[in-house]
Design a protein around this ligand. Structure first.
Ligand SMILES: [Zn+2]
Length: 231
């Protein structure tokens, strides 16, 4: 999920993490576990007493499998300490602010197999773009491209990149942009996602990026994709 649009969510998360909580919130269940592995520290805070321990262990396992790989591929300087919160106050699916990821317990009750929400969200930590780095659809497109590439069980979640349909555009974000990125990687532009990610993190991204990398403009690349969208 987009970082910028989740400020309301993260403020409640911030208060619950710092202990500045209301009397009502204090009454809620809160379980904390810290896991150290591979030079990383994951703090797992669970506010939902009925949260599945199986899903929790899968989330932790996914983090320690995927995050080191993303760190190596995209950003060696990414944070070594990450916090997951099963946040009973959060109404979306998941949201990342800095190094804290809030997950909806309701979502995982209804979709226990959707474990690679973890993969998408921790990519946002690796991205570490800050504000005004570039368009939101690039941020979300890369996060879903990474889920497509590194996901531990996308099949189990029945999560795929949807086939191209007319009416789509490169700036739709999420899986639509991710599929376009996957197409570019497969059609003569291997490494373009890594370069795009670097430019976003350095705050040097401009739309000329596409022409510099491929000799085609972004609309020209999209037109070529529409002509032959096989990946
Ligand atoms: Zn996202």
């Amino acid at each position: 999920m987009n970082l910028i649009r989740t400020i309301a969510v993260t403020s409640s998360l911030f208060f619950s993490i710092t202990g500045i909580v209301s009397a009502q919130q204090k009454a809620v269940f809160k379980d904390k576990e810290v896991v150290y592995k591979k030079g990383l520290k994951l703090t797992f805070i669970n506010q939902d007493k009925s949260f599945s321990p199986v899903v929790k262990q899968r989330m932790i396992g996914t983090f320690f499998k995927v995050y080191p790989a993303l760190k190596a591929e995209y950003n060696e300087k990414t944070a070594k300490e990450v916090t997951f919160v099963i946040d009973t106050t959060y109404k979306g699916v998941a949201a990342t602010q800095g190094t804290i990821v809030a997950f909806s317990p309701v979502w995982f009750r209804q979709h226990p197999g959707d474990i690679d929400v973890v993969t998408h969200e921790v990519m946002h930590i690796v991205q570490n773009y800050g504000s005004n780095a570039g368009p939101w659809w690039i941020t979300e497109g890369i996060a879903d491209y990474v889920r497509y590439q590194y996901g531990v069980d996308n099949a189990g979640a029945k999560w795929t990149l949807p086939d191209y349909k007319s009416g789509q555009n490169y700036d739709n974000g999420y899986r639509i942009t991710a599929r376009f990125l996957a197409w570019l990687e497969k059609h003569e532009h291997q490494g373009i996602v890594k370069n795009l990610d670097q430019q976003m993190r350095a705050h040097t991204y401009k739309e000329e990026f596409w022409k510099t990398q491929t000799t085609k403009t972004l609309p020209e690349l999209w037109a070529a994709y529409v002509q032959n969208p096989i990946i």
